[in-house]
Design a protein around this ligand. Structure first.
Ligand SMILES: [Ca+2]
Ligand SMILES: [Ca+2]
Length: 186
């Protein structure tokens, strides 16, 4: 009689566990045979899932960003665990967006953005907030998909920065090539 689990048992349990996850059926239907979600599959699935509600669907560019941000195994596609992380993050951002869209215009404006960003744990100067408004708003209004795009980049850039800010003082030094790699891939 075996009293120790071997790796094959572990894989069996893990895949059983995944199959019981309600998101898994959905994930595998979207991912198809290769078991990975690409940017265009993600776009289709997010549009069909209705996660953006009455807001405009996500652009392919935003979908690509979302995959890059969570692509821990650097496959350029999204596996099940990465998809679960995304699902959780998206629900969080949708909640933040809805709760800070105080006038219920379906878009986030200047002061609402400041509060939303603070609530996500970032503290940015008015100049940085201005840059974000300029980059993501149309006539001073930020729609949901742009808001998600902004949240994705802010999170990914902050992660990259913190990894290099070894003394945790808000200062990091980048080599030129490293800086280009970080900013061009996000
Ligand atoms: Ca991946
Ligand atoms: Ca609003």
């Amino acid at each position: 009689m075996k009293n120790q689990l071997n790796l094959a048992d572990f894989d069996f349990f893990r895949s059983n566990f995944q199959q019981q996850d309600p998101l898994y059926g959905y994930f595998s239907a979207v991912a198809g045979q290769d078991g990975q979600i690409s940017a265009d599959e993600l776009q289709r699935c997010l549009t069909q899932s209705g996660i953006s509600g009455s807001y405009q669907p996500f652009s392919l560019e935003t979908c690509r960003l979302m995959i890059n941000m969570l692509d821990r195994d650097l496959s350029c596609t999204m596996g099940f665990n990465e998809f679960k992380d995304l699902w959780q993050a998206l629900n969080g951002w949708r909640g933040t967006f809805a709760s800070f869209d105080r006038d219920q215009s379906g878009t986030i404006e200047g002061r609402e953005l400041q509060q939303a960003i603070n609530s996500m744990g970032y503290s940015l100067s008015p100049q940085a907030m201005n840059c974000i408004m300029k980059r993501y708003s149309l006539n001073g209004r930020i729609p949901f998909d742009e808001f998600v795009s902004c949240a994705v980049r802010l999170r990914a850039l902050t992660d990259q920065f913190r990894r290099r800010d070894t003394t945790q003082t808000g200062n990091a030094s980048f080599q030129y090539d490293d800086f280009i790699q970080v900013t061009m891939s996000i």
